[in-house]
Design a protein around this ligand. Structure first.
Ligand SMILES: *[C@@H]1O[C@H](CO)[C@@H](O)[C@H](O)[C@H]1NC(C)=O
Ligand SMILES: *[C@@H]1O[C@H](CO)[C@@H](O)[C@H](O)[C@H]1NC(C)=O
Ligand SMILES: *[C@@H]1O[C@H](CO)[C@@H](O)[C@H](O)[C@H]1NC(C)=O
Length: 464
């Protein structure tokens, strides 16, 4: 098992002023990560900062990513497994330097606020799942699409923190007992993310040799200059392992949610511990793949609802489907994995996406949404994931469908908190000249890429 993880981060200095009134011209381009070397079994987990990305105040319209070799050929997953690739945003002070490559799951820490991570609108704790684009292998054939009149806004000069604001970047939550940080793994941990980090080397078949290869991530996108007629989308990533706790303040009665997204979980085989509750109704003579299924459900409040514009999921091999339901049980978005063929059999190479007619599917503010992920339980699967990526936009004023009148659970203080500042970044405006450091921050974009190779048998951290 080899696992390569690569994270790209881009610094885009925004000097552009407001765009002219001409209709936005669709531009397209392909960009590349710095090359990295793979040898059999090798795990690469890199964060690349300052990679190429179009500059200016933009609307991203489509995005996809592939691993390519020196000749720009796409590399199949049975040769190199792309575990994750994603793109995030940050602000960087003009005189603050960030290494072009960082390893392991840690953001550059800056006491002065020279680095500020700008997470998406999602609800996981700290900077967890804070990216704007990108999940996993499904990106090979599943582009991210933001249809007209919507756009994913990047590089708005007005949003760049500047002047005497001091930003504290918290990296709490990143040091979760992962063994890359020297912490022991629980006894019942049989394999997953915690086994695969920079400089680990997974066991390969005895006698297996292959030359080292230089690999890059190619990310292709289309975009336009931003203009006022474009409706911005909000980016949410829901995690099926989120163990949310609601807390009510004794003093004010305010309700806050504490999210705890664990990213991965284990599906136990339906053959363990006698008769299972995960046998689903199916013909007696169906094989276990059809008869045993593991259902996970998580219920979380939608901070800031609106029209559903686009949805897709990140699932691992063995996944059957994943769905988001509204509080009243209506299906908001259902996705199913597309499995590879031939040598890529068993790998997820794509995901069926949701792109509803804008205005036809919506979520109310504060609505409790149900996130469901179904895996086959014919055998144990370690380190599986259920991430739901959802783009949502403000409801159109001419929307024909009125807002639902159900008495949804509303959590006003929680919502306000989640919408303004992403967890993990505490922004404190300091008045006057109390703080001696004046930071000029420039906008930046982070592209995160994770690449790896999994064995189909899995199980435990088996390093060389
Ligand atoms: C930043 O964090 C430090 C350490 O937690 C704390 O002492 C300081 O007050 C914080 N500053 C601001 C502006 O939040
Ligand atoms: C997901 O798959 C399971 C198992 O096949 C099935 O019972 C369920 O109805 C599916 N969910 C949806 C929303 O179709
Ligand atoms: C550059 O950073 C240092 C601290 O690292 C700070 O003292 C100085 O004021 C900064 N200069 C500018 C122009 O922001």
């Amino acid at each position: 098992m080899a696992n390569t993880i690569l994270l790209l981060s881009l610094a885009t200095i925004l000097l552009a002023t407001a765009s002219e009134a001409s209709p936005p011209e669709l531009k397209s381009g392909s960009f590349y990560s710095p090359p990295f070397e793979m040898t059999p079994g090798k795990v690469v987990f890199d964060y690349f900062y300052g990679v190429d990305f179009p500059t200016g105040h933009l609307a991203v319209k489509t995005f996809r990513a592939d691993l390519v070799d020196d000749d720009d050929n796409v590399i199949p997953f049975h040769e190199v497994y792309l575990h994750h690739s994603s793109m995030s945003r940050y602000y960087q002070a003009q005189n603050y330097s960030i290494p072009s490559v960082l390893e392991t799951e840690t953001l550059p820490y800056s006491e002065t606020g020279g680095f500020v991570y700008r997470r998406n609108d999602g609800i996981c704790q700290s900077d967890i799942l804070g990216q704007y684009l990108g999940l996993g292998t499904e990106m090979q054939s599943t582009p991210y699409v933001v249809p007209d009149p919507y756009g994913m806004e990047v590089g708005d000069p007005a949003q760049i923190p500047a002047g005497r604001d001091l930003y504290n970047v918290s990296v709490d939550g990143l040091g979760r007992e992962l063994d890359q940080f020297g912490e022991p793994l629980p006894d019942d941990y049989y394999g997953g993310l915690s086994c695969c980090y920079a400089h680990t080397r997974c066991k390969v078949k005895e006698g297996f040799h292959a030359p080292s290869r230089m690999i890059r991530l190619r990310y292709s996108m289309t975009w336009t200059e931003w203009e006022p007629s474009i409706v911005p989308v909000r980016v949410y990533i829901f995690d099926i392992t989120d163990e949310m706790k609601l807390k009510v303040s004794r003093d004010t009665g305010a309700v806050t949610a504490e999210h705890d997204c664990g990213l991965e979980y284990m599906v136990e085989s339906c053959h363990v511990n006698g008769p299972k509750n995960n046998i689903i109704a199916a013909a007696e003579d169906d094989d276990d793949d059809k008869r045993c299924a593991d259902f996970q459900k998580t219920i979380v409040p939608m901070p800031n609802g609106g029209d559903v514009i686009f949805g897709l999921t990140h699932l691992h091999g063995g996944a059957i489907n994943s769905t988001i339901y509204g509080q009243d049980g209506r299906v908001l978005c259902k996705t199913e994995p597309i499995y590879g063929e031939g040598e890529e059999e068993g790998y997820i190479v794509g995901i069926s996406t949701c792109q509803p007619e804008p205005g036809s599917v919506w979520i109310n503010d504060g609505e409790m949404i149900v996130h469901e992920t179904v895996y086959t339980a014919a055998r144990r699967r370690t380190g599986v994931m259920g991430l739901f990526y959802l783009l949502v936009a403000d409801r159109r004023e001419d929307a024909l469908t009125p807002p639902a009148t159900n008495s949804f659970l509303r959590l006003p203080s929680l919502l306000a908190e989640k919408v303004t500042v992403g967890p993990g970044v505490t922004a404190t405006s300091t008045s006057g000249a109390v703080v001696g450091v004046g930071l000029l921050l420039v906008a930046a974009v982070v592209l995160v890429v994770v690449v790896g190779k999994r064995t189909k048998t899995g199980g435990g951290c088996t390093w060389v």
